[in-house]
Design a protein around this ligand. Structure first.
Ligand code: NAP
Length: 245
């Protein structure tokens, strides 16, 4: 089957690594971004230079109209979507809950929760056999902080990832007989723009593996979950964290 995969937040970090690895595995890839057109274009160019198929698509995943436009644009250019990597995320302010403003809370929930729901809904309507589709796979990128809770640093972020975990559990069962598998990848601390350099340097040696992860190490798990090799894996939460529980 031809594979056409949309990766939200594909311009940087884990999403960019996943996009390149998906392309290496033969997927035509749509690289979504919200602000960094240049970085998204660089990812797509690298894929095309290696002989793959890639496009970029701008959309704020927390905006319903932009999400619908994005899915229509990808379908028009690449064809029927077979995979979604719900990856676009923000950490939001670091600190205690009682220091957060309403706007800060809303902004994190818009991208990390509403965005995942809007993209999942859009792709189910296109991939589900109930809607005339041919099936496919969704990978939701969550975080181990969902169960760690991240007190004094990022309860809001952690709770948003708890919602992602529940989305996978419920949706995987809802669409299991409609040709769609839904799984979670829960990365540990990974060297991207999201954690501060101070956190990466301080925490790395304390982790069971003795180091932080690289985006490609998360991307490999994403590609596997999208593949037929994972055909009986549904509703799983795959922790990729160098041993951190
Ligand atoms: P990153 O390097 O900060 O990249 C974030 C990506 O998300 C960028 O491509 C950004 O696009 C995009 N994005 C942000 N808000 C968006 C929006 N509203 N609409 C569309 N795209 C948006 O982050 P990362 O570390 O790769 O994180 C990727 C995922 O892994 C996130 O869900 C994150 O929570 C999760 N995760 C990361 C770690 C870690 O240690 N790094 C650990 C656990 C889980 P622009 O380039 O256009 O801004």
């Amino acid at each position: 089957m031809e594979r056409i995969t949309l990766i939200t937040g594909g311009s940087r970090g884990i999403g960019s690594a996943a996009a390149k690895l998906c392309a290496e595995a033969g997927h035509a890839v749509a690289v979504n971004y919200v602000n960094n057109a240049d970085k998204a274009e660089a990812v797509a160019t690298a894929i095309r230079d290696a002989g793959g198929i890639a496009m970029t698509v701008q959309a704020d995943t927390g905006d319903e109209a932009q999400v619908e436009r994005m899915f229509d644009a990808v379908t028009a250019k690449l064809g029927r979507i077979t995979g979604l990597v719900n990856n676009a995320g923000v950490h939001g302010p670091r600190g205690r809950l009682d220091e957060l403003t309403n706007d800060e809370i809303q902004a994190v929930l818009n991208t990390n929760v509403l965005g995942y729901f809007l993209c999942a809904r859009a792709v189910v309507k296109r991939m589900s056999t109930k809607h005339g589709g041919d099936g496919g796979a969704i990978v939701n990128v969550s975080s181990g902080s969902a169960h760690l809770g991240a007190p004094n640093d990022g309860i809001l972020y952690a709770a948003s990832k708890g919602a992602v975990n529940s989305l996978t559990i419920g949706l995987s069962q809802e669409v299991a007989r409609e040709g769609i598998r839904v799984n979670t990848v829960a990365p540990g601390l990974t060297e991207t723009d999201m954690p501060t350099t101070e956190v990466l340097e301080r925490m790395g040696p304390q982790l069971p593996a003795g180091r932080v992860g690289q985006p490609e190490e998360i991307g490999e798990a994403i590609v596997w979950l999208l593949s037929d090799a994972a055909s009986y894996v549904n509703g799983a939460n795959l922790r990729v964290s160098g041993g951190r529980i």
